[in-house]
Design a protein around this ligand. Structure first.
Ligand code: ZN
Length: 217
């Protein structure tokens, strides 16, 4: 049932993967790696074309280079802050300014099993941190929200691995539903937001944050 993060497990940011069949009010868009259900309505171009790579998604976001870097930084800072708050050791957080496939990573380590709810919250926190940042900066649009979801598809896979269940369900209130996991992550982020902002600012400035050998606590 519970798959704790292994040593050096990481949450890669932008490697879209296919997830389960669409159900309920989920939208769906075909990408180069499969059908990805989303809460946000896909832009019309998504229905016409198959997104070929992450660079296409970056273009679809329509952000400046600095805004794109901030987007990646907030994504990773969201993962890291929620992980640290949950008692998971964070070893290193990094972003790459021109990343296409891998725009950022958060490296964690845990010798003890991590409750699946914590795993799910950490996994969902990247996407949710970016959505909050987009709204707070006035950059939020439906299309950008959709891109953020697509870019976070691998995080869903992490959440699914923790429960061995699809996170795309008909019940948005189910604790196993990605939307509920997102709401739970938002709750945790609300309490941690100054920490997320500080970490994101450091990542934007330095590209990497490395914690002491025993990890951030
Ligand atoms: Zn992520």
């Amino acid at each position: 049932m519970t798959t704790p993060p292994n040593a050096q497990q990481s949450w890669p940011s932008v490697r879209p993967v296919s997830v389960s069949p669409v159900a309920g009010r989920w939208h769906a868009a075909a990408t180069s790696t499969g059908l990805v259900p989303t809460v946000h309505r896909p832009p019309t171009f998504a229905a016409r074309t198959t997104l070929r790579d992450a660079m296409g998604l970056r273009d679809a976001m329509g952000l400046t280079d600095a805004q794109w870097r901030a987007n990646v930084a907030f994504h990773e800072a969201g993962h890291a802050a929620v992980a640290i708050a949950a008692g998971i050791r964070v070893l290193r957080v990094e972003i790459t300014p021109d990343g296409v496939e891998q725009a950022g990573r958060t490296f964690v380590e845990s010798s003890a099993p991590v409750p699946w709810r914590d795993c799910a919250a950490v996994a969902a926190a990247g996407e949710q941190a970016v959505l909050r940042w987009l709204r707070e900066t006035g950059l939020y649009t439906e299309t950008r929200g959709w891109v953020v979801e697509i870019l976070s598809a691998s995080d869903r896979a992490v959440a699914e691995a923790t429960t061995s269940l699809s996170v795309v369900t008909d019940d948005p209130t189910s604790p196993y539903d990605w939307r509920r996991m997102g709401a739970a992550a938002q709750q945790r982020l609300a309490a941690l937001w100054p920490v997320v902002q500080d970490l994101a600012a450091t990542l934007i400035a330095q590209g990497v944050v490395t914690y002491p050998q025993d990890g951030a606590r």
